[in-house]
Every structure is written in C-alpha cells, then in structure tokens.
Design a protein. Structure first.
Length: 159
C-alpha cells in the first residue's frame, strides 16, 4: 500500500491533479489530457467513438502495464471527459465547430508564449479566458487612442 501512495505522490508531482476512477473490480489512476490529446480525440471520434475513448484512456492512464476490461476503459474515458472543463461559447468560433481549439490556442500562444498543445486542458482554458480579457483590454485602449487622435485632428482644424 505504501508503494502505491508513493507512486500517487510522484504522479501528482509530475502531472498535477490525478483522477482516481474505480468500479467494483478495477481501479485506474489517470492524469488530465493535454489540449493536443483532446484535439486528437475529437478527430478520432468522428470515425469511431469507441476507438477515440480507448485512445484517450491509454494516453491518460498512469498504470500502463495493467490490463483493463473494455467496458471499464470506455466508462472511465467517458467519466474523464465529464470531469474536464468546457470551453464555453466565448472560446469557440462564432461558426459552430470551426477550429475552436486552434483559434484559442493561437491566442494563448500569442499572449503567453507557451505551447498550448502541451498544457493540461484546465490550464489551457484558464489561459484562454485570460487571453480573451487581454485582447478586449487592448481593443479598448486602441479605441481610446483613436478617439484622442480624431479629436485632436478635427479640433485643430475647427479653430
């Protein structure tokens, strides 16, 4: 038991939050998927949702050497997806389903100079929210600057 606790602590140090999922017969410890893994999952699920769920499980399960029942794998992957934050409408394109993650990733990369595809999904969405605020703030500053230029330009001509 002590060996398991030590492994869990090592996983937490390496991956942050660890998700424990168990059924009557099995237990699995998983890390949260990265943005790149979620994007790959989304691409796979268009062809085969079961293959996509299995992919996600295999990417995130921390005890790789352990064998798991197929039903358990699918159930755990679904459960893991339910625990992930949702991007929300403000993060996605106005056109539903058109490069939402890629556009959000571009904002994160632009403002924070990090590779968004290597971030845990919850950290990614946190940074997307901050990037959207920064973009809005910059837009408001630009509005004020343009208004000042216009006022000075036309006020001088009116004298």
């Amino acid at each position: 038991m002590k060996k398991l606790e030590e492994r869990i602590q090592n996983w937490k140090a390496a991956y942050g939050e660890i998700v424990k999922v168990q059924s009557e017969d099995e237990v699995a410890y998983l890390r949260k998927p990265s943005v790149g893994e979620i994007e790959e999952y989304n691409q796979l699920k268009t062809d085969d949702v079961y293959q996509a769920l299995e992919f996600l499980f295999k990417k995130c399960v921390l005890e790789q050497e352990k064998e798991y029942e197929d039903e358990f794998v699918l159930s755990v992957a679904k459960s893991l997806l339910e625990k992930l934050p949702d991007a929300g409408d403000s993060v996605l394109s106005k056109e539903t389903g058109v490069d939402g993650i890629k556009k959000s990733a571009a904002l994160v990369r632009h403002f924070f100079h990090v590779d968004p595809y290597k971030l845990p999904i919850d950290e990614f969405y946190k940074l997307v929210g901050e990037a959207l605020w920064l973009q809005d703030h910059k837009n408001k500053q630009l509005e004020v600057a343009l208004a000042n230029v216009l006022v000075k330009t036309f006020a001088n001509g009116a004298l």
